[in-house]
Design a protein around this ligand. Structure first.
Ligand code: ADP
Ligand code: MG
Length: 299
């Protein structure tokens, strides 16, 4: 008998719940031929950017937040050429965030000063945010590359509708997928289901570009026992799904954007790097370093 949501993390039902979860997930991913026609036509350029997506089908796992924070750190701090492709049609939440950030620069003198100081110091204009429906994303990126734009890393924020052929195809054309997961029953089930679908139905397809896929813990509650996460990771491991070592804490700073009035340091922005004072303990630097070691954009 499956545990309910409340008892899911309690010790007594923990092992049963995991077994049950896996059974549910395996039942859920009945084979559907949605991605069978994948035939990527993406030519090689002189220097191919690495295509990366934080992707899963459940909203709320942190796809957009991790995309923006990783993009900001890679671009403004590490100096990599980054393109962000917002495919989360029709919400376009990164574009919305960019518009909010621009408005705050207009209205908040302290934020404006930080922005211009940073721009003078780095010589960098904000990284571009390209809007695309998921099925058009690769063609739009290709057009930019053909027009001579150069990028080290292209980050895609994809919608959670993997059953849509356009989304499945775009997922198949990523080089690396990082699948955010949290110790919440719905997110856990759905991220695991997503990763298994990618493993079983997308990766084997002819022309699929995915080199590696990793689970990544987000929204980790500091009070939660680490052996709980270790035990989940063992389940992922049994499913041949590796997990990043870096676990991202559930912390308010991940939601901390600029505001019209306040001059408090800002963590999540599309126009600025995360404020250095907020980096300690955020594990963002560890995340970016671990990702860079995997995707190796220099080679
Ligand atoms: N590590 C974190 N700590 C605290 N809040 C987070 C963290 N990661 C994401 N969030 C918050 O969780 C919510 C969902 O994140 P979001 O990035 O929008 O997820 P998705 O794009 O997968 O739907 C947002 O309110 C976001 O600010
Ligand atoms: Mg999102």
């Amino acid at each position: 008998m499956c545990a309910d949501a409340d008892s899911f993390t309690s010790e007594s039902t923990f092992v049963d719940s995991l077994a049950c979860l896996l059974m549910q997930v395996c039942k859920y991913i009945s084979t559907r031929g949605y991605a069978a026609d994948i035939k990527p036509q993406f030519p090689k350029f002189m220097k191919d950017p690495v295509f990366v997506a934080f992707s899963t089908q459940k909203g709320g796992a942190g796809k957009t937040t991790l995309t923006v924070l990783t993009a900001g750190y890679l671009y403004y701090v590490r100096g990599l050429k980054v393109l962000v492709v917002d495919c989360d049609y029709p919400q376009y939440s990164i574009k919305e965030m960019r518009d909010r950030d621009a408005e705050i620069i207009r209205l908040n003198a302290s934020f404006r000063k930080s922005f211009y100081d940073q721009r003078e110091r780095t010589g960098l204009d904000p990284y571009p945010v390209l809007l695309a429906k998921p099925e058009d994303a690769l063609l739009k990126v290709k057009a930019r590359l053909e027009a001579g734009e150069e990028y080290d890393v292209v980050l895609f924020d994809l919608p959670g509708t993997i059953n849509h052929p356009g989304v499945a195809k775009t997922v198949s054309l990523m080089d690396y997928i990082f699948c955010p997961v949290a110790a919440d029953k719905l997110i856990l089930e759905s991220s695991l289901a997503f990763a298994i679908k990618v493993r079983d139905e997308i990766k084997p397809l002819n022309g699929c570009s995915i080199k590696e896929m990793y689970m990544v813990w987000n929204l980790v509650d500091a009070r939660e026992r680490t052996d709980l996460y270790d035990a989940y990771e063992e389940v992922f491991e049994e499913q041949m799904l590796p997990t990043l070592k870096t676990r991202l804490p559930d912390t308010k700073r991940y939601r901390r954007e600029g505001s019209k009035e306040s001059s408090r340091p800002v963590f999540r922005s599309t126009l600025m790097p995360p404020d250095r004072r907020l980096l300690a303990g955020s594990r963002l630097v560890e995340l970016v370093d671990e990702i860079l070691a995997i995707i190796n954009p220099d080679t």
